[in-house]
Design a protein around this ligand. Structure first.
Ligand SMILES: [Zn+2]
Length: 91
């Protein structure tokens, strides 16, 4: 999916591709595999997030982290996810 978006590196509107791919990160020493959403500028290769995308990526990471800690996060909202992840790391 290609969209016209403002690229901060090009400082102009460019064709940007919507990307949704598996990524690996680490949270408090635990390896987290999740699906990351981002845009890639087809002109300069810059990868960036919109505000909502970044929130969804963080939520995905927190949900995987909590599930690895044995905590069911299915019905948690964003605030509860963040609080639960903080507490889980302090055990
Ligand atoms: Zn660019």
């Amino acid at each position: 999916m290609i969209e016209k978006l403002s690229c901060s590196d090009c400082e102009s509107v460019q064709d940007c591709e919507y990307i949704n791919q598996a990524e690996e990160t680490e949270m408090k020493g635990i390896s987290i595999n999740y699906i990351a959403e981002f845009y890639k500028c087809l002109s300069c290769g810059n990868e960036f997030y919109t505000y909502g995308m970044q929130d969804r990526n963080i939520d995905s990471i927190l949900r995987v982290y909590l599930s690895k800690m044995g905590i069911d996060s299915l019905n948690m909202n964003r605030r509860q996810l963040i609080d639960a992840a903080k507490l889980a790391g302090n055990r």
